[in-house]
Design a protein around this ligand. Structure first.
Ligand code: CMC
Length: 434
């Protein structure tokens, strides 16, 4: 290792020093390997929120937040959005390569034939309150899958891991659609093998025994695109949760259930729901946009402009750009008098003002993936509380691909961060002198 491949850290209080290796990624920011720090100098590093910490190495997704670029296994998201399909992207993320035509046909076949849920799982739903948030149901039911697939699964066997991935990708739309059916008092709709992935999801959401639902191919394509754009985003909070949960060798269905719980929060996947609530409020307040900007900038107010800002992107989120264009196309198809146009116009007006506002410009706050996606989902007839569920359906492949990668990584160990203890010093339990 040459001197230029290391960084030397000197402890000024003791004069001791340590040479730490600099790891060079295939693309992106060089990374200091601090593993020897505690052993050699007796220090931990402090980085709440992982602002400067790489928690693992990964070959799945690359994103450059400064340039606003996103690639799955090297393929730009724009090209995948234009030419690929969600199931092809699933193969790419899980295997690291695009499938051949035969491989893709076989994969589609496997997914199509694993969409059914064990009948006993149906009874889980009736334990939830009618008005449960569907994300609460998702956390419970996906966690419940671990009780069906535990004893006969060897997580150290690559084939068993692949089967778990197939089961999750295939069953997630069924679980998701059924959470909606349950909340609306509708009978559960079984999957149909003649429909593709996105069309089947819409069928299970909206088909009624009394009235057949015929998925609109245009909406099916838009939903497939939304699935592609949400499929993975490297070490975000929910993916890191799946990795951390799985690092103890927990059941992968339980690990994914933990990921769903993490995704639910409004700072993460819950933002798509929060964006629409905010846009509706703005429209109902007679477009008092300035009031929302004032609140977003006020440090004493917890309100944030939802769908804006990102930990990594300090530029326009490339997914938001694609979704904005699709949103425009979907609304044009519905005609100029569609009831979502006002929300879209309001969103574009917010974006226009934010991109000229000193507060947003100086902090590099741009629209993120959640800013426009909700308007498309509304136009499909999907209710607000299902938005994050759809994100979870799409992100499942990312979660399970990261879990699989971690299970193969010889450097991965149980995740166990250290802490900066700031509590009481040792003290004696008070004597009972009553
Ligand atoms: N509105 C107003 N101010 C904001 C916003 C916002 N949406 N986002 C960040 N800021 C400000 C923040 O107050 C801080 O200001 P200052 O430097 O004066 O203290 C500065 O920008 C940096 O923000 P941060 O909170 O330190 O950044 P972070 O990386 O910890 O948080 C974020 C990233 C996405 C949680 C945050 O931008 C946010 O809460 N955005 C709104 C929620 C949202 O849209 N989430 C979806 C994220 S993308 C999809 C996903 O991950 O699922």
């Amino acid at each position: 290792m040459s001197k230029k491949d290391t960084i030397t850290l000197i402890d000024n209080s003791t004069g001791k020093e340590v040479e730490l290796p600099i790891l060079r990624p295939s693309n992106g920011i060089p990374t200091i390997d601090v593993r020897a720090l505690y052993r050699k100098l007796g220090y931990f590093t402090y980085d709440p929120g992982f602002l400067s910490t790489a928690s693992c190495s990964s070959a799945i997704t690359y994103l450059d937040g400064i340039k606003g670029e996103l690639q799955y296994a090297g393929y730009p998201i724009e090209q995948l959005a234009d030419h690929s399909s969600f199931l092809e992207v699933c193969c790419l993320l899980f295997n690291g390569e695009l499938p051949s035509n035969e491989e893709l046909t076989e994969f589609k076949n496997i997914i199509t034939h694993h969409t059914m849920l064990h009948e006993a799982l149906k009874r889980f739903y009736s334990g939830f309150r009618r008005d449960s948030h569907p994300m609460a149901i998702m956390v419970g039911v996906v966690g419940g899958l671990s009780s069906f697939y535990h004893d006969d699964m060897d997580i150290h066997n690559p084939n068993d891991r692949m089967i778990a991935a197939h089961q999750l990708i295939a069953k997630m739309p069924t679980i998701a659609a059924w959470s909606y059916r349950y909340a609306n008092g509708l009978p559960f709709e079984y999957p149909r093998n003649d429909l593709d992935y996105a069309a089947n999801f819409l069928h299970m959401m909206f088909n009624k025994p009394s009235e057949a639902y015929i998925p609109d191919p245009f909406m099916v394509k838009a939903l497939d695109l939304i699935f592609i754009l949400h499929a993975d985003h490297e070490q975000n909070a929910s993916t890191s949760t799946v990795r951390l949960t799985g690092s103890s060798e927990a059941n992968p269905f339980a690990a994914v259930s933990a990921g769903i719980a993490s995704l639910w929060g409004p700072a993460h996947g819950g933002a798509n729901e929060a964006v629409i609530r905010m846009l509706v409020d703005i429209v109902e307040s007679d477009h008092d946009i300035q009031h929302y900007f004032d609140r977003a900038k006020d440090k004493n107010d917890r309100f944030r402009l939802m769908g804006f800002g990102h930990r990594i992107y300090k530029n326009y989120d490339p997914r938001a750009r694609i979704i904005r264009k699709t949103c425009h196309e979907v609304l044009s198809k519905l005609g100029s008098n569609n009831k979502y146009q006002e929300l879209f116009d309001t969103a574009m007006e917010l974006e226009r003002i934010a991109l000229q506002d000193e507060y947003f410009v100086s902090r590099n706050l741009y629209p993120n993936v959640d800013f426009y996606s909700g308007i498309i989902l509304l136009a499909m007839g999907i209710p607000l509380n299902m938005f994050t569920v759809i994100f979870a359906v799409a992100r499942t492949v990312g979660w399970i691909s990261h879990w699989n990668e971690m299970m193969q990584d010889p450097e991965s160990r149980i995740g166990r961060p250290r802490q900066l203890y700031i509590g009481a010093l040792p003290r004696d339990y008070p004597k009972n002198d009553k």
